[in-house]
Ligand binder design. Structure first.
Ligand SMILES: Cc1cc2nc3c(=O)[nH]c(=O)nc-3n(C[C@H](O)[C@H](O)[C@H](O)COP(=O)(O)OP(=O)(O)OC[C@H]3O[C@@H](n4cnc5c(N)ncnc54)[C@H](O)[C@@H]3O)c2cc1C
Length: 591
């Protein structure tokens, strides 16, 4: 391979990821320090753009609401694994960050009195679980689109420097600080180092590792694996959310907003089966509950279609006018991917891998933290994480719908402010280490130089299929042990993987191979965490241990990657003390 130069860029704050979390952080940081954003795709193509249903905030526009109710729902939804200080912080800040977006020009849908439109969403209730509530603020069913474009405009206005189509390869550390990141220029080829006083990862989620999923192709958990490779822990990776309503056969999402607007699920007998699983809120129970109920109906032979392998989502009864006004994107998705006109017929749906509750551990200021069972946390200097790549942990074992767009606004904003504060406190950049990015550079060189070995595609296919089969909605010791062996085998095969395309410009064979390496790394952490956790909590359901076990498992998992690539598990306590209100003690979840 021809010799490739390494170009060095220097900024105060460097943010990897241009989704909602990355852009909100960049906007905040750029108000006081020189800020750059690196993204694998053009910013407005980040997965945030696909978010449909809305962002939760107790604005009380439709009916009286209270941030404490929102907090209670989030804790209960998390199956009591969420950190209560961070949850209080987020729910209290929700109205502020949503109104800020409105003032930036985000085109929310409106009520007749001109206020922001709010709809019902799963798990969001009034008065501590009494009934469903309208808390989710929406721009039709294209809320993420409206949010991301608004933020991008604001960042351009605020002078943020964008490096689009740069792929992060390695986190750089020196003298106990994170000092930036090594990247690959996807358009032209070549290595670029971004030397920073403060670095934030907002690289999004990791559920592309499942065959049926609702996510963008870029959601391969890169940031997570780069952190693991730098010796940092990953938190609660075994908690992967399966959204109840992915389009049968493809996985694309049908927002929970459909059920919020009155849609409901039917089994093959035409029965609204959710009343048996969640007698109070029926179809608006939290996602883990609905997904499992659907999977259970299919296991019991009550699925629809010739193979009994889907459930029907009926919404024609809400009326064509409402569907075209509030759910236009859903109408289009159902038409294109399921070939149905949902104003007349139900949509065939299955649970689809949707969201990563786990991520890089942070405190409520988006500062990356280390810490174990003694409950003491130590901040990693110069390193921040926000959004789906991070684990604050506000979603615990299960995220409530519309709480992620909220999470990315709150922790993006706070993270950006903290980065700026830290960068301003450092008179100089901490120097780069000797031979910065050596490992990342070698990894790319090896892939481009090797002329022998197999293609990545077959390994990726097997990884997705087996993760879905063995580490999906239902898990047992047997399936997880099988998956551990599969992963060992796939990792061995990956050692001799070959990139067939040797060009430097827009080499997607190279990028996808690098992504596969990342997915193999964090999949080991998902499986080890799931195997060790002998209980069922939130999205993690063990057929062989169907009960939640607070005595032994009311704690967060931390996975650390050893030098030989194996995973060591550690744990840390759930932060049970909110900031101002009394603790919500774990209770059985009834919907
Ligand atoms: C279909 C769908 C609908 C959803 N609807 C809702 C909803 O209605 N309400 C809600 O609250 N939540 C919703 N969610 C969840 C929510 O949208 C996401 O969790 C959230 O947008 C994630 O934002 P983020 O900023 O963390 O990451 P993303 O928006 O995923 O952005 C990740 C960024 O990281 C960059 N990146 C990744 N790897 C690299 C690399 N190696 N090098 C450089 N850059 C990299 C990418 O280019 C991208 O810019 C939905 C999710 C999906 C998939």
């Amino acid at each position: 391979m021809a010799e490739l130069n390494v170009t060095i860029h220097k900024h105060d704050a460097v943010i990897v990821g241009a989704g909602g979390a990355g852009l909100r952080a960049a906007l905040e940081a750029s108000r006081s320090v020189n800020t750059a954003v690196i993204s694998q795709v053009f910013p407005t193509r980040s997965h945030t753009v696909a978010a449909q249903g809305g962002v939760a905030a107790s604005l009380s526009n439709v009916e009286p609401d209270d941030w404490v109710w929102h907090m209670f729902d989030t804790i209960k939804g998390s199956d009591y694994l969420g950190d209560q200080d961070a949850i209080e912080f987020m729910c209290r800040m929700a109205p502020e960050v949503v109104i800020e977006l409105e003032h930036m020009g985000m085109p929310f849908s409106r009520l007749n009195d001109g206020k922001i439109f709010q709809r019902r969403f799963g798990g969001h209730t009034k008065d501590f679980g009494k009934d469903a509530i309208c808390r989710t603020c929406a721009a039709a069913d294209r809320t993420g689109h409206a949010m991301l474009h608004t933020l991008y405009e604001q960042c351009v206005k605020s002078g943020v420097v964008f490096y689009n189509e740069f792929f992060a390869l390695q986190l750089l550390t020196n003298e106990g600080h994170v000092v930036g990141v090594l990247t690959w220029d996807m358009c032209n080829g070549g290595f670029h180092i971004f030397h920073a006083k403060a670095t934030l990862f907002a690289t999004g989620g990791y559920v592309r590792v499942y065959r049926t999923n609702s996510n963008a192709h870029i959601n391969t958990g890169d940031g997570l694996s780069l952190a693991l490779r730098a010796g940092l822990p990953a938190e609660d990776l075994e908690f992967v959310q399966f959204h109840p309503t992915g389009i049968y056969g493809v996985g694309n999402l049908i927002t929970e907003g459909v059920r919020g607007e009155g849609g409901y699920l039917l089994n093959k007998d035409g029965e609204r089966f959710m009343k048996r699983y969640a007698p109070t809120v029926w179809d608006l129970a939290s996602r883990d509950v609905v997904s499992r109920a659907m999977a259970e109906e299919m296991r019991q032979g009550r699925g629809c279609g010739p193979k009994g392998d889907f459930i029907l989502l009926k919404l024609d009864h809400v009326g064509a006018d409402l569907i075209h006004e509030r759910l236009p994107g859903i109408w289009e998705l159902a038409r294109v991917f399921a070939y149905v006109d949902c104003t007349k017929e139900p949509i065939p749906v299955v649970p689809t891998a949707h969201y990563s509750m786990g991520g890089i551990p942070t405190n409520r200021f988006a500062e990356v933290v280390l810490g174990g069972m003694d409950g003491k946390e130590e901040v990693v200097r110069g390193f921040y994480a926000a959004g789906e790549a991070a684990c604050a942990s506000v979603h615990g074992a299960n995220r409530l719908g519309s709480n992620s767009l909220l999470d990315i606004m709150v922790f993006g904003k706070v993270g950006g402010a903290k980065m700026a504060e830290f960068a301003e406190s450092l008179p100089e950049h901490v120097p780069l280490p000797e031979n910065p990015g050596k490992e990342g550079i070698q990894e790319v060189r090896k892939l481009l130089d090797t002329t022998d070995g197999e293609r990545m595609a077959a390994i990726w296919d097997e990884l997705k299929d087996t993760m879905e089969l063995n580490c999906g909605v239902f898990r047992t010791e047997e399936t997880l042990t099988t998956q551990r062996t599969v992963l060992d085998r796939l990792c061995e095969r990956f050692k001799t993987v070959r990139v067939f395309d040797k060009s430097l410009a827009y080499n997607l064979d190279l990028i996808e191979t690098l992504e596969l390496g990342h997915m193999l790394d964090f999949s080991k952490a998902i499986v080890e965490g799931a195997l060790a956790r002998t209980e069922s909590r939130g999205a993690h359901y063990r057929d062989d241990f169907p009960k939640r076990d607070d005595e032994n498992w009311h704690k967060h998992t931390l996975a650390v990657m050893e030098e030989d690539g194996s995973i060591r598990l550690d744990y840390k306590p759930v932060r049970m003390k909110p900031l101002t209100v009394p603790t919500f003690e774990p209770k059985e979840r009834v919907y």
